[in-house]
Design a protein around this ligand. Structure first.
Ligand code: SIN
Length: 331
């Protein structure tokens, strides 16, 4: 049951951002023709009991279909998370979120908060109005994780698995078990409200995150970083157009490029040539593999740096934060 008092000893704060988990369809049999982000977060907790000794408190931070996620929402979310994490009686946070960009939000929050307490993103593949919605069990599991002693960092909970922010990826378009952690595997499973831990919880030096958080809140405009895919017949024309826009001094011109590369970070030769021209023109260029699993292993002849195990969408966030640091004159 939701409670808005501040006196409780162990609180879990549930922050709503929208998504299918808060979605409504016209009929109970419709799992795909719905509108995301329709129900408030307090409504999502109806019928869900808090673990013993834990009091739940809700806050609606946004109400969007997560495909439309924005820097403005990320910034507000990070600020609200920081606010709640600083409260001594708050043991953890739960974020209800759409599945489509959940991995981006998780990676972003881990990069700017690196919390010692858990921030648990959860979601649903079926709308709240479905005959058998998956949201309520996911929320229940997420609250159990957020209240667990020893849980830390930003994780995602879906279909009973706990995935670390650096590894989590949406891997299925329809199944309720829609997330994976690639080679790393899940951090833990949630079974009847108890954690079965498999490996270390996500870790990032807190000082690095603190600086990233500060720059993020101070930046008047976040750097524009685009993702371009290497594929058969890729000719680099879009890269050249972006460079030309920048050289013409267009407002909001691109500052960074992530190239979603084939295999071990390779690029179509025409795209690579254009990327080198972009790099020479002052645009930060990074390669990330478009493969679902594995990482880019460094090769001595590489002319463009790589993002290691980061997927293109996460490499983009890392580059946005890195460019903010450069602009602020930091490392
Ligand atoms: C969204 O990402 O907000 C819509 C899709 C989903 O939550 O599954």
């Amino acid at each position: 049951m939701a409670d808005s008092t501040r006196e409780s000893r162990r609180r879990v704060i549930v922050l709503g951002t929208g998504g299918t988990i808060a979605g409504r369809a016209a009929s109970v049999g419709d799992n795909i023709g719905y509108t995301a982000g329709q129900m408030g977060v307090t409504q999502l907790l109806e019928g869900i009991e808090a673990p013993a000794g834990v009091v739940l408190h809700t806050e609606q931070v946004a109400q969007v279909d997560s495909k439309n996620m924005s820097f403005a929402i990320w910034r507000r979310l990070a600020e609200r998370c920081a606010h709640w994490l600083a409260e001594p009686d708050v043991v953890g946070l739960v974020l209800t979120h759409g599945t489509d960009t959940l991995e981006e939000t998780a990676f972003f929050l881990q990069s700017v908060l690196a919390p010692a307490k858990p921030i648990v993103l959860t979601c649903a593949m079926r709308p709240a109005t479905a005959l058998t919605p998956d949201g309520p069990q996911n929320v229940r599991d997420a609250i159990a994780v957020a209240a667990s002693v020893g849980a830390r960092g930003v994780v995602a909970v879906c279909a009973g698995a706990v995935h670390g922010a650096f590894d989590v990826q949406k891997v299925h378009t329809y199944r309720v078990d829609a997330f994976g952690s690639g080679d790393a595997g899940p951090v833990a499973y949630v079974e009847e409200g108890a954690l079965r831990e498999l490996r270390q919880w996500p870790f990032l030096p807190a000082e690095q995150a603190r600086l990233a958080f500060e720059r993020m809140t101070l930046a008047a405009r976040w750097p524009r970083v685009e993702i371009l895919l290497s594929h058969a017949e890729a000719d680099g024309g879009i890269v050249d157009a972006l460079v030309a826009q920048r050289q013409a001094g267009a407002p909001g011109a691109v500052q960074g490029l992530v190239l979603a590369a084939t295999g071990n970070g390779t690029l179509h030769e025409a795209l690579e040539a254009a990327a080198l021209r972009a790099q020479a023109a002052g645009i930060a260029v990074v390669r990330a593999t478009r493969c679902m699993q594995g990482r880019i292993l460094p090769t001595p002849d590489a002319t463009l740096r790589d993002a290691g195990a980061l997927t293109p969408v996460k490499a983009r966030i890392a580059l946005v934060l890195e460019l903010m640091a450069t602009e602020a004159g930091g490392a």
